[in-house]
Design a protein around this ligand. Structure first.
Ligand code: NAG
Ligand code: NAG
Ligand code: NAG
Ligand code: NAG
Ligand code: NAG
Ligand code: NAG
Ligand code: NAG
Ligand code: NAG
Ligand code: NAG
Ligand code: NAG
Ligand code: NAG
Ligand code: NAG
Ligand code: CU
Length: 615
């Protein structure tokens, strides 16, 4: 850790009280998360309706069963607009949903239909938007997956689009903008789907959202820096937040044009001594891997992403961007005790101040006191996920059959010009970088039988009628990538360095989730530095549609680390698209015909028209 980062933590610990210097509305707008008045969640689902009946964790096979409650679940209205918030005391121009940071929490019961009407009110300047519901399978509605250039056109400024989809999996997740790196400006929130559980607990503390945070005025500046040539190095995050809150020492502010207030206020949580608490950990950051711990307490992990697992106990939970873990914490402290909750960005991340803190108050503790608990020392996973042998899905799926097809994917990063002196730093998958055309989404094209793409940078892999796909991902880039597949929970068969030897970890029931870290070629645990990191993933193509597979680091996906997959296209062609898909494209076509779409990254083709010089 850098000495200034350690000093920043020491200065928080040395405070005499944790009375915030800014009101919640200034730090987080309309959000109440991270305050002691945030309600704990219901143990019996939304409206107290526990209706999943015999579909217990034990006998529910997510490969084969679709559970439909028949209940029209909640309807949400999201108004997306620019606004100012000071999550850590530094006033920052952000893009917010209903003025809330984090965005409003979505809560539904398993099998409900969730409806969200998203209105784009972004002005000064205008830009598109689109919301992705991370981890939802979208089996009957692949067009509502929310990725511009895939299922839909971006929602044009001044327009709205209504998404309506089945809560087809249960547990903890999040939604976020999938338009460029827009979510890093604030367009993200928790999505909780109540369902059966294989463990019991007394309190559901709700979402604990972990995110690196950047003080830069716009996300576009950060994207430009990522792709710059000559490389000025990746941007460093300026802070690390828990439920959108943290303190910042204003004497350390790097930009002197920003307003800054010290001791803005930390997140606070209530524990009840002797009781068990469910915590729903979500990494919604732009780049960093989080190591989450609570001083003096162990945690029992019982779900990773939307997949219940055989519970195991640990003192640190590792979360790459996009990943979630559900944990149970037993409150073993005295009724008047207080403890620090911590989340550290990994040493592999590019961070100025990587250490987030929040305070846990037991029922008889003074809710402004400063905890004096001792930090838990833990062995971190050195930029990868925890050892695969630790994780077994709770439902026994059985061994994974040989795949119908295998696709090797090799990740590299370099300047786009071969002489190494000009161009942009981009990511490549099998020697091809990704660039989308917002005006021609591939799902409506595939639905209409069009599989011809004007440019290889659309990066489409059509697996056609293969019943399953194995992806062997080799990473020649020095750093790790949290690889996320839409529309599926894949099995993770292996994780290692060099060339995969064909050995599957936990072959009788391997790990399953929707996001998994592939280690970098210069990973500290690599026995042969320079040789690639790899992961091996496999999934059944039971979801006719067009499904992105990409790195979830906002900066990397912007620089092209992304492919589109298509599966079961003949079945996809039989589907009838709702008219909102064509209407959204009509509005976007009209908007983009008369406005310059100032989109600088993999999202759009005008990238090369920009002057990227930062020197
Ligand atoms: C904090 O404690 C004070 C004094 O006991 C109490 O009045 C107040 O309601 C508490 N605040 C919250 C948010 O629980
Ligand atoms: C967002 O704001 C609109 C307009 O004030 C309101 O109608 C809607 O209920 C709000 N939605 C949420 C999720 O709070
Ligand atoms: C943040 O900056 C904006 C724009 O300068 C200003 O309108 C707003 O009042 C500031 N907020 C705070 C809390 O200072
Ligand atoms: C972003 O902020 C950092 C300081 O935190 C600064 O060094 C960097 O130049 C900024 N990048 C851009 C593109 O403004
Ligand atoms: C956490 O678990 C470890 C290993 O089981 C045990 O040695 C330790 O005492 C536990 N710590 C607490 C605070 O319960
Ligand atoms: C908590 O309660 C114990 C036992 O009553 C007492 O010894 C201790 O001083 C209290 N601690 C605090 C921080 O009030
Ligand atoms: C995590 O952060 C704390 C500061 O909050 C620090 O004391 C501790 O050493 C860090 N742990 C690791 C393993 O980095
Ligand atoms: C993962 O755990 C297994 C079983 O304990 C062990 O054999 C293996 O060496 C571990 N792998 C790594 C990379 O630590
Ligand atoms: C590489 O980037 C430059 C901009 O410096 C652009 O003019 C050129 O077309 C790009 N080359 C390729 C092969 O994409
Ligand atoms: C990518 O290009 C390199 C160098 O030309 C070549 O060796 C390699 O086989 C190519 N990889 C793929 C998957 O086409
Ligand atoms: C298929 O779509 C592409 C991209 O919009 C278009 O260029 C091409 O003309 C279309 N092909 C046919 C046969 O319609
Ligand atoms: C299976 O996928 C491969 C691409 O990996 C494709 O070439 C092949 O045609 C597909 N086979 C079937 C039967 O769809
Ligand atoms: Cu990446």
């Amino acid at each position: 850790m850098t000495s200034s980062a350690a000093a920043a933590v020491a200065s928080i610990v040395a405070l005499t009280s944790l009375v915030p210097s800014l009101p919640q509305t200034v730090t987080n707008g309309a959000s109440v998360l991270g305050t002691l008045s945030a309600p704990s969640l219901s143990l019996t689902g939304v409206d107290g309706i526990v209706s999943w009946g015999a579909n217990t964790v034990e006998n529910y096979n997510p490969y084969a069963t679709d559970f439909i409650s028949g209940r029209q679940g909640p309807t949400y209205n999201f108004n997306i607009a620019r606004g100012f918030i000071s999550p850590d005391g530094v006033n920052k121009s952000s893009i917010l949903i209903n003025g809330s940071f984090p965005g409003p929490m979505i809560e539904a019961n398993w099998g409900d239909t969730i409806t969200v009407n998203v209105c784009n009110q972004i002005t000064g300047p205008e830009e598109g938007t689109s919301i992705h519901w991370h981890g939802i399978l979208q089996k009957s509605t692949p067009w509502y997956d929310g990725v511009p250039a895939v299922g839909q056109c971006p929602i044009a400024p001044g327009s709205c689009m209504t998404y309506s989809f089945l809560a087809d999996v249960y547990g903890t997740s999040w939604y976020h903008s999938h338009y460029s790196a827009q979510y890093s400006a604030g367009v993200a929130g928790a999505m909780i789907i109540h369902g059966p559980s294989q463990v019991e607990y007394d309190y559901d503390i709700g979402p604990i959202i972990l995110s690196d945070w950047y003080h830069n005025e716009t996300y576009e500046q950060l994207v430009e820096q990522v792709m710059a040539n000559p490389a000025v190095g990746p941007p460093l995050s300026n802070n690390n937040l828990i439920n959108g809150k943290m303190n910042f020492d204003c004497s350390q502010l790097l930009e002197n044009n920003l307003q800054c207030t010290s001791n803005a206020g930390l997140s606070k949580f209530q524990f009840h001594s002797g009781k068990t608490h469910r915590l729903r950990l979500i990494n919604t950051g732009a780049e960093g891997i989080q190591y989450f711990s609570i001083d003096g307490h162990n945690m029992t992990i019982f779900a990773n992403d939307f997949v219940p697992i055989v519970p195991y106990t640990t003192n640190v939970v590792t979360l790459g961007v996009g990943q979630r873990s559900d944990v149970i914490v037993t409150a073993t402290g005295a009724p008047n005790s207080t403890f620090w909750m911590r989340s550290n960005l990994s040493s592999c991340d590019n961070a100025h101040y990587p250490f987030a803190l929040a305070a846990i108050y037991y029922e008889d503790a003074d809710n402004t006191s400063v905890p004096h608990s001792t930090v838990t020392s833990f062995t971190d996973s050195k930029c990868g996920n925890d050892n695969l042998s630790l994780t077994t899905p709770y439902y026994n799926y059985g061994a994974i059959p040989a795949p119908a097809t295998t696709q090797d994917l090799t990740i590299t990063a370099h300047l786009n010009e071969t002489d190494g002196t000009s161009g942009f730093r981009l990511f490549y998958v099998n020697n091809q970088t990704f660039r989308a055309d917002y005006n021609s989404p591939i799902l409506p094209l595939a639905n209409g039988g069009n599989f011809s793409y004007p440019n290889p940078d659309w990066q489409v892999y059509n697996f056609d009628t293969n019943s399953s796909v194995r992806l062997v991902v080799y990473n020649d880039f020095p750093g790790s990538h949290p690889m996320h597949l839409h529309g599926h929970n894949f099995n993770v068969l292996a994780d290692g360095f060099g060339t995969w030897d064909g050995v599957i970890t936990n072959p009788h029931n391997p790990q399953r989730r929707d996001t998994q870290l592939v280690r970098g070629s210069n990973d500290p645990t690599n026995p042969d530095p320079g040789s690639p990191g790899y992961i091996v993933l496999q999934y059944s193509t039971d979801n006719p549609g067009t499904w992105p597979f990409h790195c979830h680091i906002a900066w990397h996906v912007s620089a092209g680390l992304y492919i589109n997959t298509i599966e079961q296209d003949a079945l996809l062609q039989k589907r009838v698209l709702p008219s909102v898909i064509a209407d959204t494209c009509k509005a976007w076509d009209a908007y983009s015909a008369s406005n310059v779409v100032d989109e600088i990254d993999s999202g759009e083709k005008r990238m090369f028209a920009r002057d990227f010089s930062l020197s």
